[in-house]
Design a protein around this ligand. Structure first.
Ligand code: FAD
Length: 444
C-alpha cells in the first residue's frame, strides 16, 4: 500500500455511485424460507449477505432502522457537505474491503495520519519537545501493555508508569478517543491484540455512503425489527419480526453487544449463562462527535490536524480540524466523559465544545460557530454505544461471544473482528467469515 496522500479526483463514476445510493430503496416482500436470515444491515450484515450470495445461499437481511449501514451513516444535509455521524476513517486500508470498493467506485479518498500533532493543556500549546514526550508516552504504554498481555489480563491503566502530563495526554488519546473507553476499563489483552490501524483514509462522500453502496443491491427488509429468535428446534430457526416470522436453516446475528445486553431481542430458549456472561464482559464504549461549522476561521490550525485539548478531570476533547479544507471543526469526546455528556444532552455537549474553543482559541471563538450537532449513539436503541471494548480480565469472553448457539444461530460484527475489532472493515470481514462457517455447516 502506498501510504502517501492520494487524492482521487471526484469522478463521474463516484458521483453516480453516490446517486445510486440515494436512489436505492430496497423493498420487497419477506421470502418465507431463505437458507439464512441475517439480522442487521450494518457492515457485518452486508459482508455476510454478500458472501452468502457468492456461496449461492439464499438470504434475507432484516433491519430495524429505515436505512442500511448501522453505525456507518453519512449525513448529507446539515453542513452542506457529507458528514459521517458514525465511522469516518477507512482504517487498515491495506486490508479493508471498503477501501477497494471506494476506490473502484471512484470515491474521493485522502490518506490521514492520525498522529497527534497539536496538544493543548488548559490554554498552553505544547511545543515540539512536549509533543515528542506525548508520542514517547504512547509508545511506552503500547510496549508495556504488550509485555503485560503476554502474562496477564489487567486494566491498561496499570501499564502507565506515572501520571505525568505526557502520560495523561497519551492515556486520553489511546483510551477514550481511540478505544472509546478510559484505560482503567480496558483489558490489556484487548488493547494489545488490536491492530495498528494505519493506513487510514477519509472519504469525501462519507464512509457511510460507501457502506450503503455496498448493501444497495441486497435483499434488505428495512424498518423490520427482530423481536424474537426461536432456536429450540434442530436444523432450523424461526425469526419473529413485526412483518411476520421467517424460518431459515440458520440465522446470523450482527447487532451490537449493547443491543444484545439490553435484551431487545428475546431468545427462546433463553441465552445460556456463558453467552450472557460473554455479552456483559464485552460492553459498548462510547465515542461521540460534536462537529461545528466555523466559516472562514482557522485558529492557526491546519486542515487535518489532530488536536487534543486536555483539562483536569478527564474532560478532554479531540478535534479533527477542517477536513477537506472545509469549515468544520469536528470535536470528539469518549469514554466515561462521553457517556456523561450524552446524558446531559445535545445542548450541554455543544456548550461544552464551545467553551473549550473559547478556552483554547480565545473568547470570541464560540461566536463564530454557525451550526453544530452532537451524535446520539449512546441513546440510540439500535446501537447503545459506539463500539465494544472487553473489560479488564475478560478478553477471553470475546471468543465465547462469537460461539454459535446450537447448529442454527451464528454471530458476527465489530466485536468479533479479531485484530480489527471496533472497525467497520473488521465488521464486514467478520460477516464474511461467519457466512463461510454457516455455509460449511449447511454443507454448501
Ligand atoms: C462515533 C463513531 C465513530 C466511529 N469511527 C469509526 C471509524 O472512523 N472507522 C471505523 O472503521 N469504525 C468506526 N466506528 C465503528 C464502526 O462504525 C462500527 O464498528 C461498525 O459500523 C459496526 O458494524 P456492525 O455491522 O458490527 O454493527 P452495526 O452497524 O451496529 O449493525 C447492526 C445493525 O443491526 C440493526 N439492529 C439492531 N437491533 C435490531 C433488531 N432488533 N432487529 C433488526 N435489526 C437490528 C441496527 O440498526 C444496525 O443497522 C465508529 C463508530 C461510531 C459510533
Amino acid at each position: 500500500m502506498d501510504r502517501r496522500n492520494i487524492e482521487l479526483a471526484l469522478t463521474r463514476r463516484g458521483m453516480l455511485a453516490g446517486l445510486a445510493v440515494l436512489a436505492a430503496r430496497p423493498s420487497w416482500a419477506l421470502p418465507a424460507n431463505p437458507d439464512v436470515v441475517v439480522i442487521g444491515a450494518g457492515a457485518a450484515g452486508i459482508g455476510a449477505a454478500r458472501r452468502l450470495a457468492e456461496l449461492k445461499l439464499s438470504c434475507v437481511v432484516v433491519e430495524a432502522a429505515d436505512r442500511i449501514g448501522g453505525r456507518a451513516y453519512t449525513d448529507t444535509t446539515t453542513f452542506g457537505m457529507p458528514f459521517d455521524i458514525g465511522c469516518a476513517w477507512i482504517h487498515a486500508a491495506d486490508r479493508n474491503p471498503f477501501y477497494k470498493m471506494a476506490e473502484a467506485d471512484g470515491f474521493k479518498l485522502k490518506y490521514h495520519d492520525l498522529t497527534l500533532n497539536e496538544l493543548y493543556t488548559m490554554r498552553a500549546r505544547a511545543d515540539a519537545p512536549a509533543l515528542k514526550r506525548e508520542h514517547e508516552a504512547e509508545e511506552v504504554i503500547h510496549k508495556r501493555t504488550a509485555a503485560i498481555a503476554r502474562r496477564r489480563d489487567i486494566p491498561v491503566s496499570r501499564a502507565v508508569p506515572r501520571w505525568t502530563q505526557p502520560f495523561e495526554a497519551a492515556a486520553t488519546y489511546l483510551g477514550p478517543m481511540d478505544m472509546a473507553v478510559d484505560l482503567n476499563n480496558l483489558s490489556t489483552a484487548d488493547f494489545a491484540q488490536s491492530a495498528d490501524l494505519d493506513p487510514n483514509y477519509l472519504v469525501y462522500e462519507g464512509f457511510g455512503t460507501v457502506v450503503a453502496r455496498a448493501g444497495a443491491e441486497l435483499p434488505v427488509k428495512l424498518s423490520t425489527p427482530v423481536r424474537k429468535i426461536d432456536w429450540s428446534r434442530k436444523g432450523n430457526v424461526a425469526v419473529e419480526t413485526d412483518a411476520g416470522t421467517i424460518t431459515a436453516r440458520a440465522a446470523i446475528v450482527t447487532v451490537s453487544t449493547g443491543v444484545l445486553a439490553a435484551g431487545s431481542i428475546r431468545f427462546d430458549p433463553v441465552l445460556p449463562d456463558w453467552k450472557q456472561t460473554a455479552i456483559g464482559c464485552v460492553p459498548m464504549g462510547l465515542l461521540a462527535k460534536i462537529p461545528m461549522l466555523i466559516p472562514g476561521e482557522r485558529f492557526g490550525i491546519k486542515p487535518y490536524d489532530n488536536v487534543l485539548v486536555e483539562y483536569p478531570g478527564r474532560q478532554d476533547i479531540y478535534f479533527l480540524a477542517w477536513p477537506w479544507d472545509s469549515d468544520l471543526m469536528v470535536g470528539f469526546v469518549g469514554g466515561d466523559f462521553g457517556w456523561q455528556l450524552s446524558a446531559a444532552g445535545e445542548e450541554a455537549a455543544i456548550d461544552f465544545a464551545k467553551e473549550r474553543l473559547a478556552q483554547t482559541f480565545g473568547s470570541d471563538a464560540p461566536k463564530k460557530v454557525t451550526k453544530a450537532l452532537f451524535t446520539k449513539w449512546a441513546s440510540n436503541p439500535l446501537t447503545r454505544g459506539a463500539y465494544s471494548a472487553a473489560l479488564p480480565c475478560h478478553y477471553v469472553e470475546r471468543e465465547r461471544l462469537g460461539r454459535p448457539l446450537g447448529d442454527t444461530v451464528f454471530f458476527a460484527g465489530e466485536a468479533l473482528a479479531g485484530p480489527l475489532i471496533q472497525t467497520a472493515g473488521g465488521a464486514y470481514l467478520s460477516g464474511e467469515a461467519t457466512a463461510k462457517s454457516v455455509a460449511a455447516k449447511l454443507k454448501v
